[in-house]
Design a protein around this ligand. Structure first.
Ligand code: IPM
Ligand code: MN
Length: 330
């Protein structure tokens, strides 16, 4: 079966690492039809377009999307983030951002093997708020956190189902219920109610500030973490730092209901300073592609790629040499 994959290489090192990810996926024996999209900072600077409606429409009918990175220094902050990346997450209803972390013993701890389920369509990312009296001394800026019962529950349910399928079947809610007494209350109540449907999953709760310490000092405490959009954004950068660096951090923006394609991307950015130098590590993109294949039902290929990346710690070289070495180790 051939999978139709939308490929958004994007900017900087994005196209370079995506090329290696696709190379490795093919070497694992998976048939892919690539549908390229020229989206990102370069396109915006050349044409003023961020995500034209007809291209979004074509993306809706694909099996999955693989994205490298978007962002160039000349584009004002927010244009590509809101207009492309977040727009795709919202329009395609990619309500789970799944970020796995795996690391051997490190400087601060004995190793980690946990997954963060980050809510991906609500919270402060929803864009609620605005200015009053902008530019005056009386200026007011508000930015609210939107939390719907529906949005929280579907994310929490996904996390419980994921935890049920893992060896330790343990799920921790991370929030800030002691201060965010409205949003936190909704999350905690929902978590408690859904837990009744998953009696085989052990549950826990940590405040997000405490979780930041535990992630560094005792990450083994975590198996699956479920958390809101902004906490998940911050904690997963921390996760990257403790688990092999940002060059290993992969993610899947999932539409678990499969009403459209899911989108897979390395957590790192476009790194314009090293673009074209061959110094980008493609591993995060390769792991993201493995997550994509797993989501598409290609479990065996996904597993082989994950193992090949795991056994490639000794490999150094250029972006494409690392890609070749991983492909050879399949
Ligand atoms: C991420 C990124 C994005 C986010 C930015 C680029 C909008 O930091 O995927 O973690 O905040 O979600
Ligand atoms: Mn982030």
């Amino acid at each position: 079966m051939t999978h139709r994959i939308g490929v958004i290489g994007g900017d900087g090192i994005g196209p370079e690492v995506v090329a290696e990810a696709l190379k490795v996926a093919r070497a694992a024996g998976v048939e892919l039809e690539e549908v390229p999209f020229d989206l990102g900072g370069s396109r915006y600077l050349a044409t003023g377009e961020v995500l034209p409606a007809d291209e979004l429409e074509r993306i809706r009918h694909l099996d999955a999307v693989l994205l490298g990175a978007v962002g160039t220094p000349d584009v004002p902050p927010g244009v590509l983030e809101r207009g492309l990346l977040l727009r795709l997450r919202f329009e395609l209803d990619l309500y789970v951002n799944l970020r796995p972390f795996l690391a051997g013993p490190g400087r601060h701890n004995d190793g980690a093997d946990f997954v963060v389920v980050r809510e991906n369509t609500e919270g402060v990312y929803a864009g609620e708020g605005g200015f009053l009296r902008k530019g005056t001394p009386q200026e007011i800026a508000t930015q609210g956190s939107v939390n719907t019962r529906h949005g929280v529950e579907r994310c929490v349910r996904f996390a419980f189902a994921l935890a049920r399928g893992r060896e330790r079947h343990r799920l921790t809610l991370v929030h800030k219920t002691n201060v965010l007494t409205f949003a936190g209350d909704l999350w905690q109540r929902t978590f408690g109610e859904v837990a009744a449907d998953f009696p085989d999953v052990d549950t826990g709760y940590d405040h997000v500030d405490a979780a930041a310490i535990h992630l560094v000092a005792d990450p083994d405490r975590y198996d699956v973490i479920v958390t809101d959009n902004l906490f998940g954004d911050i904690l997963t950068d921390l996760g990257g730092a403790i688990a092999g660096g940002i060059g290993r951090a992969a993610s899947g923006n999932l539409n678990p209901d499969r009403t459209g394609p899911s989108m897979f991307e390395p957590v790192h950015g476009s790194a314009p300073d090293i673009a074209g130098s061959g110094r980008a590590d493609p591993r995060a993109a390769v792991i993201s592609a493995a997550m994509m294949l797993e989501f598409l039902g290609e479990d065996e290929a996904a597993d082989r790629i994950a193992k090949a990346v795991g056994s490639s710690e000794d490999v150094a070289g250029t972006t494409s040499e690392i890609g070749d070495a991983i492909a050879e180790r399949l």
